[in-house]
Design a protein around this ligand. Structure first.
Ligand code: SIN
Length: 311
């Protein structure tokens, strides 16, 4: 079996697949489940300065080809994640720990990132792309705002920092985003968050399937994969020599993970399939990837990374 060991910046991972920041990663117990699984790393929910209940229920729905959610960043608050990071690191010392950082407003980001400098996290993933906070835009769709946020958080402490980006759809926007991102010494780009503000309607009830924001929410799973692949590929072309890229969006199988690897991803995160299948998905997907690498005679993930062939 080929090895799926990889690295994100300076951090080494024993395998290629771990959890996307979002589902089932809020509490210590949920994080222990990920720790005990074959996930390559443990990633926590994006935290805010104070605990949040998030949006009203129902706020998540499985769909035929994925999911829609409007969770609204439910989390225990940054102080709790600083504390539990030490417990997680003691219990799972060999697994890299990535703590998610978010803000409701701009001023929250430095507060959270400053506090997380005292955590046991190996890396921070700064969420610039939550589509589900009522009345707040996705920061990374406003390049001046993204620049201001990065300038602030990148000046605090020396934990390696990566960013969770929203999906972009236009080459001009990829280039504008890349221009801002390239100013900073980031450890990784995580591409992508869900496709924001999708609407799924149940024709029987004649209502949306989730309640918050009038039913508008983030679309994940198979609906997202081609867009996520395009984002990984475009940022790999623009910034692949500077930053590791983590692919997320519609990874259900080793074949999906292999496609992200060909596009240029250094690792993949799984969200919807983790919700639907539970923690055994990490080992299954990673094994399937290892079999594909072996069959195709790639000695390692590094050997296949970015090797998308052109027609
Ligand atoms: C949420 O609304 O909490 C999920 C999306 C995100 O984490 O950005």
């Amino acid at each position: 079996m080929a090895s799926t060991a990889t690295r994100i910046g300076k951090v080494e991972l024993a395998s290629f697949v771990f959890n996307a920041i979002g589902p089932k990663d809020v509490t210590l117990d949920e994080l222990r489940v990920i720790g005990k699984s074959s996930a390559a790393a443990i990633a926590t929910k994006s935290c805010t300065p104070l605990p949040r209940d998030g949006n009203e229920e129902p706020r998540y729905r499985d769909l035929e080809l994925g999911s829609i959610n409007s969770m609204g960043l439910p989390n225990l608050g940054v102080d709790a994640y600083v504390e539990l990071s030490h417990t997680i690191k003691e219990e799972f010392p060999d697994k890299p720990l990535i703590v998610g950082a978010a803000g409701i407003g701009f001023e929250d980001f430095p507060v959270v990132v400053e506090k997380l400098q005292k955590s046991a996290a190996d890396m921070l993933e700064v969420n610039l792309s939550c589509p589900n906070v009522k009345g707040k835009p996705q920061i990374a769709y406003d390049f001046a705002s993204m620049d201001k946020t990065l300038k602030t958080v990148m000046s605090i402490g020396d934990k390696p920092i990566g960013v969770k980006l929203p999906p972009y759809f236009d080459f001009v926007h990829f280039e504008q985003a890349a221009e801002v991102l390239s100013k900073y010494d980031l450890e990784f780009l995580c591409c992508v968050n869900s496709i924001g503000n999708a609407l799924v309607i149940d024709p029987e009830t004649e209502a949306p399937v989730i309640r918050p924001k009038g039913g508008f929410g983030g679309l994940g799973g198979k609906y997202l994969k081609p867009t996520a692949l395009a984002n990984v590929r475009k940022f790999y072309e623009l910034l692949g020599d500077r930053f590791a890229i983590i692919g997320v969006g519609g990874v259900y199988t080793g074949s999906d993970a292999f496609e992200f690897l060909l596009a240029g991803a250094s690792a993949v995160q799984v969200g919807t399939v983790f919700m639907q299948e539970g923690p055994k998905c990490f080992e299954r997907i990673d094994k399937e990837l290892a079999e594909i690498l072996k069959r195709k005679k790639y000695a390692s993930v590094e050997d296949a990374k970015g090797k998308l062939k052109m027609l």
